[in-house]
Design a protein around this ligand. Structure first.
Ligand code: TRP
Length: 446
């Protein structure tokens, strides 16, 4: 247990790391397509409310528990529980969280691998390597396996370097780059014919859909996945925040960055799809809905880029660099969960822990790559639709029902001495105690 713990060196560093975790394929791919297929701005509206009303309180539960206990999820939940039964439950939740996040990483790495392959494709074409380009863009098991391994090696390397020199350093470099690329791409796509139709599809609400239960289920799932909740990621990142930091405020900033970048991504993806339509690319599937699955990223958008002529190569490089960056700052936050546990509870040195856990997760990924059809969708829906919401529910229960209330207040007071009089303390405890659990259960049983 003696291993030295890392800490983020500044608020900026923490914000980049935590928003790097939050902002990922879920924002840039999941959110825009979910919006388009769920009544445009009606979904956006429901998402904003759910992200702040349910996601933010659950995020705060993780950050507060993490910073108070200064440990990984398993040890943290155990140390805030007093009775035998709740300690047993703590272990169970911590371990299920570790398994869940590892499985999430195992499918996330596959999709991230596609992003890297499509990033290299325009470069290979620029160099005249046509057969390499064909290999990179053809969906084969070998290509997928190679890129899973490359992506996981990068993830392991960053985690090996630790909290400050790995996670914080890379997130602080990559996240500003991500925002810059995103803004440039939006500006460019806006100048193209068709973009305004996409903007309309994105922003004109079909309010008859707001009370549609399926829309609410999708919006909540999206919010929990996007804020990386339930599996201990935010708890572990919270455990590296300095005691001088005002937690409710940094939590709001993380949620705002996450939601803000998702909304921005919508300004890129939907206009881009309608620009593609304008240039003759098929953007509707057989059922008449917008293509939202893998086809969107690996066929619709590349078709658009290749219709753009030479500048299309540059746009493609920028777009897939954006996707790769978003993936990498998220994948490191997933790997950190089992690694922090192995280092702190098992006494394994960080480099070895990162390598061994990384190898195990890569192996699971490869099993999925070679058995894609039966496994991929199953792992995605089991982890993100079943396991993650229930784990979030339990973390709220730990924070609100099992942990002592005065200890929570003590923790928030560090870094915000008048916390008791603030809005946060008036509303949050009630929220995590009653509203979050009931709402999560209600949506879950939909
Ligand atoms: N939030 C990231 C995204 O939107 C993915 C992610 C990172 C995640 N860490 C997580 C999802 C932990 C669930 C749990 O793509």
């Amino acid at each position: 247990m003696a291993a030295e713990r890392g800490e983020f060196s500044s608020r900026f560093g923490f914000l980049m790391a935590a928003s790097g975790s939050a902002v990922g394929l879920g924002n840039i791919w999941g959110f825009p397509t979910n919006t388009a297929s769920n009544g445009g701005a009606a979904f956006l509206f429901a998402y904003l409310i759910l992200a702040f009303a349910l996601g933010y309180p659950a995020l705060m539960a993780e950050l507060i528990i993490g910073r108070h206990t200064r440990s990984n999820a398993v040890a943290a939940l155990k140390s805030i529980s007093s009775g035998k039964k709740s300690q047993f439950l703590a272990l169970a939740i911590g371990f299920v969280g570790i398994v869940t996040v590892s499985l999430i990483l195992s499918f996330y790495a596959i999709v991230s691998g596609w992003m890297m392959a499509f990033f290299l494709d325009p470069i290979s074409r620029l160099l005249g390597l046509t057969s390499l380009s064909a290999w990179l863009t053809t969906d084969t098991e070998i290509r997928n396996a190679v890129f899973v391994i490359i992506f996981m090696v990068l993830t392991v390397l960053i985690i090996t370097a630790g909290v400050k020199d790995g996670i914080e350093k890379w997130a602080s470099r990559l996240m500003p780059a991500l925002v810059g690329i995103l803004l440039l791409l939006i500006l460019y796509v806006f100048t193209l014919p068709g973009a305004m139709d996409g903007l309309r599809a994105y922003l004109v609400p079909d309010f008859s859909r707001v009370t549609d239960p399926q829309l609410l289920v999708n919006a909540m799932g999206q919010a929990f996945f996007s804020l990386s909740l339930g599996v201990g990621t935010m708890l572990v990142y919270g455990s590296y925040i300095s005691k001088d930091e005002n937690l409710p405020v940094v939590g709001v900033l993380v949620a705002l960055l996450d939601v803000g970048i998702a909304v921005l991504a919508g300004l890129l993806i939907l206009p881009a799809m309608y620009v593609a339509l304008e240039s003759g690319v098929q953007i509707y599937d057989d059922a008449g809905g917008l293509i939202a699955g893998p086809g969107l990223i690996v066929s619709v958008l590349p078709a658009l880029f290749s219709n753009m002529g030479p500048i299309g190569l540059l746009v493609a490089v920028a777009f897939f660099a954006l996707m790769t960056i978003a993936s990498l700052t998220s994948s490191i936050s997933m790997l950190e969960v089992p690694v922090a546990y192995s280092v702190e509870n098992r006494g394994i040195p960080r480099p070895k822990a990162a390598m061994v856990v990384g190898a195990i997760i890569t192996s699971i990924s490869l099993v999925i790559v070679f058995n894609f059809d039966p496994l991929f969708d199953m792992v995605v829906s089991f982890t993100t639709e079943r396991s993650q919401p229930l784990l979030s529910l339990f973390i709220c229960i730990f924070a609100a029902w099992i942990w002592r209330r005065n200890e929570i207040l003590e923790e928030i007071r560090q870094g915000s001495s008048k916390a008791e009089q603030g809005m946060f303390w008036k509303i949050w405890p009630f929220y995590v105690k009653f509203i979050c659990p009931v709402a999560i259960l209600a949506v879950y049983f939909q």
